[in-house]
Design a protein. Structure first.
Length: 326
């Protein structure tokens, strides 16, 4: 009946910075750290439970050994992955495969993801989609390196949201801090990386040109999002994306100023991250402190709970579990 509080798994990146320490006060490694996998059950890169009877266990092990906490799901692996990304430099141009391609070629899940922009420097933008009309035109522009002609640049600011289905060419650029909610997968195909050299290896990072051409959706079509906002007690709830637009996950932004009594309702469990302010979670007669950068899972047994405080939280739930709810 206790929430699963988690400590992140950190990944150094050539494009990373130090905001994960400066803003969230995480104990990150030295150097350029680009990613905090704040809620992860992915292989050896899993988050670790920080307190309670399961303290010290990885989320992956908890999911496999205590399926009752997740509504006894049919999914063999924890299906979602939530990250903070600190882009202190431009990320590579990349694209992810869908489930069918990833299972056949990589023996992994596909990767549909989303970005909620927490901070953006003035003039910041992202790469989102492309201008090619046919796959032949796409391949031609890629082989010629006509990146300015091919890629769509979209200005961004704090509070913006982008849904990034598998097959979408995309990249964060310098000055963006986002929370990313995605399928639990690490399959990434790089199209272009600014010819950067990895100091550790002395070589350019690997590109995956043909695979990128194979999996990119042509022509690019922006997803038709239906973002809804409603009020529930002292909480403003913004539904950022949900099935059928996003078959893999639900995602909500909650702005709380006061008290919000709620529950699992139609979801087997919830993933929760505090991205602004602070507050408390009350459940089963216990109170838990929440601060900026706190990440947790509300398990299946916690049917009712209350959030209090002044904070913004991002909550997600798995989409593929809809037919397997208790």
């Amino acid at each position: 009946m206790e929430p699963l509080f988690l400590t992140p798994y950190f990944r150094p990146k050539i494009w990373g910075g130090r905001k994960l320490d400066d803003i969230f006060h995480y104990d990150i490694p030295e150097g350029k750290v680009g990613e905090a996998w704040i809620i992860s059950g992915y292989k050896d890169d899993a988050s670790v439970v920080t307190e309670g009877p399961l303290k010290g266990m990885s989320l992956r092990d908890v999911y496999l050994k205590h399926p009752e906490l997740f509504g006894n799901p049919k999914a063999k692996e924890f299906p979602l992955l939530v990250k903070f990304l600190d882009a202190n430099d431009n990320l590579s141009m990349q694209v992810h495969p869908d489930d069918d391609y990833a299972r056949k070629v990589e023996n992994d899940s596909g990767k549909t993801e989303s970005w909620y922009v927490m901070q953006a420097d003035p003039g910041a933008y992202i790469i989102y989609g492309h201008h090619a009309k046919t796959r032949e035109e796409l391949a031609d522009m890629i082989h010629k390196g006509e990146w300015d002609k091919l890629l769509r640049k979209v200005p961004v600011k704090a509070g913006d949201f982008f849904y990034v289905p598998a097959g979408t060419i995309h990249a964060l650029t310098k000055g963006c801090l986002v929370i990313e909610t995605q399928q639990s997968s690490d399959v990434t195909y790089r199209l272009y990386d600014y010819d950067r050299v990895d100091k550790k290896t002395g070589k350019k990072r690997e590109l995956h040109t043909q695979k990128s051409i194979d999996v990119t959706t042509v022509p690019h079509v922006d997803p038709k999002l239906d973002i809804k906002t409603n009020k529930d007690q002292d909480a403003e709830i913004k539904t950022l994306v949900e099935p059928p637009i996003s078959p893999h996950f639900y995602l909500w932004q909650i702005d709380l100023d006061g008290t919000w009594k709620t529950g699992l309702k139609n979801h087997p469990y919830l993933l929760v991250s505090v991205i602004k302010g602070e507050g408390k979670l009350e459940a089963d007669g216990k109170t838990y402190n929440l601060k900026l950068g706190t990440n947790l899972i509300i398990p299946n047994e916690m049917k009712k709970f209350t959030f209090t405080g002044k904070m913004r939280i991002v909550i997600s739930a798995p989409g593929e579990e809809l037919n397997h709810l208790i």
